[in-house]
Design a protein around this ligand. Structure first.
Ligand code: ADP
Ligand code: ASP
Ligand code: MG
Length: 409
């Protein structure tokens, strides 16, 4: 008998029929003697609609009220899931973020979980009840609802699994597991059976949205085994057919490259002609950090005549804020700010890179053969990322997938 947290994403609870199918899976796990906490997302598309309503009222809306609005989608599915379970004779109760409580920090719109009180949940689980928890939401110390950032239901699920010391966290979604690339872009992508937290963390943070980055961080920190699997297939999580995210030492065969990630949401800013003196980078990036702009790749060009160009990337949605902050708050002298908001970041990830040379070379040669121009390059121990024109995203991901021998044969 295991304690399992089972999370169903938006497409897996998109309508009543799918909620019923998800409830069937939970009921099967309960019948097999497992204790289950269910975490649900909003029905697919609902969160986008709610975000749209907020922007329609005002693009500069209050984030506390944004959280009040966008957290509501999950409340609906939690209640419906509890009803669907009850209809199947399974004792079930919904628990909103504030009722547990799932305590978060005060960063509305992208709050972090700080603590989860598990006492009552444990009592209920011990008495044979299933707890149904809306993902994505928690409550701050000021008693206000907060949300965990887009895709945050994954983090609710892994956070609950960590706090409850669950045996496993099953993430049911619309693909059968984690693939060597987004299967919607690369038809030849292969399902990965086991992947390390470290590699999954890179893939997630580089754009593979199958898991929210913070959920992987939390899984790694607390040693929660995470399984990604399809809600559309017959098997339940206990059949262990999905992708297991686990520690490196659990993985027998280590591939050189385990996956290709893409993020089509990048914008590049070049501040032309800044003074090449100590402290310039700090004066440029401090105000951006204070404005909560996520700066990613950074390149400083060679200086000529005591002036240099500073190039960096930000998420496209933060471009206007970044440019405004540069103009208003840095107090730097520069000759121009040049932006390009039609770029994509393509990344090759693999633990095997730690000990093998030549991975970068294959990437550059493959892109050159396809005539794809590289704007910026950045590397870490287990990944190489390049910035290219967004129009070439699919071509680049598919070509690299083949070049590293990842295509399904
Ligand atoms: P959910 O609504 O269940 O949370 P998401 O849409 O957030 O689902 O995540 C699942 C999607 O992630 C898939 O449909 C797939 O297109 C995308 N994806 C991106 N990269 C990968 C990858 N490497 N492996 C699997 N899926 C991926
Ligand atoms: N419903 C939220 C979103 O669409 C959270 C989630 O589904 O993970 O971002
Ligand atoms: Mg998701």
């Amino acid at each position: 008998m295991a304690l399992i947290v089972a999370k169903f994403g938006g497409t897996s609870v998109a309508d009543i029929e799918r909620i019923e199918r998800a409830a069937d899976k939970v009921a099967r796990e309960v019948e097999a003697g497992h204790k289950v906490v269910v975490v649900v997302s909003a029905m697919s598309g609902v969160t986008n609609t709610l975000v749209g309503y907020c922007s329609d009222i005002s693009p500069m809306h209050d984030l506390r009220e944004y959280d009040t609005v966008v957290s509501s989608g999950e409340q609906i599915t939690a209640g419906l899931m509890a009803m669907a379970l009850q209809k199947r004779g399974v004792s079930a109760r919904s628990w909103l973020g504030w009722q547990i409580p799932i305590l978060t920090d005060n960063i509305h719109g992208k709050a972090r979980i700080e603590n989860i009180d598990t006492e009552e949940l444990h009592k209920r689980l011990d008495s044979g009840e299933v707890a149904v928890v809306p993902g994505f939401q928690g409550v701050t110390e000021h008693n206000r609802v907060a949300t965990l950032g887009r895709g945050g239901s994954d983090t609710s699920a892994v956070g609950l699994a960590a706090a409850l010391k669950a045996d496993r966290c099953d993430i049911y979604t619309d693909v059968s597991g984690v693939y060597t690339a987004d299967p919607r872009i690369v038809p030849a992508a292969k399902k990965i059976h086991k992947i390390s937290y470290e590699e999954m963390l890179e893939l997630a943070s580089l754009g593979s949205k199958v898991l929210q980055t913070r959920s992987v961080e939390m899984g790694a920190k607390n040693g929660v085994p995470i399984q990604v699997l399809s809600s559309f297939e017959e098997d339940v999580g206990s059949a262990r057919k999905g992708t297991l995210v686990t520690t490196e030492d659990q993985i027998m065969e280590q591939e050189l490259v385990s996956g290709i990630a893409h993020n089509s949401d990048e914008a590049k800013i070049t501040v032309v002609g800044v003074e090449d003196v100590p402290g310039v980078a700090a004066r440029l990036f401090d105000p951006l950090a204070k404005a909560s702009v996520n700066v990613d790749m950074i390149v400083q060009n060679i200086a000529t005549d005591g002036r240099t160009d500073m190039t960096f990337t930000v998420p496209r949605g933060e471009l206007d804020l970044a440019v405004k902050t540069l103009k208003d708050d840095t107090g730097l002298s520069y000759s121009d700010i040049v932006v390009n908001d039609n770029l994509a970041k393509i990344s090759v990830v693999g633990i095997g890179m730690k000990s093998h040379a030549g991975v970068a070379n294959t990437m550059f040669r493959t892109l050159a053969e396809k005539n794809i121009n590289i704007h910026v390059i950045s590397t870490s121990e287990i990944k190489i990322s390049v910035l290219i024109e967004a129009d070439y995203t699919e071509l680049a991901v598919r070509s690299l997938h083949a070049a590293y021998g990842l295509d399904e044969s």
